[in-house]
Design a protein around this ligand. Structure first.
Ligand code: HEC
Length: 138
């Protein structure tokens, strides 16, 4: 009986918490956006035509790659090409040298957590990304 009773309490609390989406979008803005802007936007800025990965806005980032696989699958980091690319240390396309894409374990953790938590990406102006120089290097 116990598990059923606690489910009844937990579900409504989660479903009707109004701030949860706002919190998730805030996580994107403060944690995820800087990583993408500093490490990925230099190349994934929409200069290449689709289906190349364009990380400037959610409408393009949530597209599929040339072989039909989605770049970002909400709640499923392991199926998201974006995560697979950073976990492989940039060994996929020839033009993506290892040094340019290597993220720290913490940064990969942030991207994974964001996707696991629903991959919320604000649709307004705050969700538009631009290349930014990394503070650690050129
Ligand atoms: C030096 C340029 C460069 C940088 C920096 C870069 N990429 Fe790429 N990336 C490319 C190119 C070129 C391709 C091939 C064209 C495409 O699919 O967009 C590619 C492809 C990809 C793909 C598709 C891989 C596949 O299997 O189809 C993913 C996902 C990706 N990049 C993610 C990232 C992420 C995340 C970052 C930042 C951590 C990043 N890239 C940084 C150049 C870059």
């Amino acid at each position: 009986m116990r598990p059923i009773i606690s489910l009844l309490f937990v579900l409504p609390a989660c479903t009707f918490l109004p701030s949860k989406d706002a919190e998730r979008e805030q996580y994107f803005l403060t944690e995820v956006k800087p990583i993408l802007q500093q490490h990925c936007l230099r190349c994934h800025d929409g200069a290449l035509p689709p289906p190349a990965l364009n990380l400037t806005r959610p409408s393009s980032a949530f597209q599929r790659s040339a072989n039909g696989r989605p770049y970002i699958v909400a709640e499923d980091p392991d199926c998201s090409l974006l995560i697979r690319a950073v976990q492989r240390g940039g060994t996929h396309p020839k033009l993506m040298p290892r040094k340019d894409i290597s993220l720290t374990e913490d940064q990969i953790g942030v991207l994974r957590e964001w996707i696991e938590d629903g991959a919320r990406w604000p649709k307004g102006p705050s969700g538009i990304l631009r290349a930014e120089r990394s503070p650690e290097g050129p």
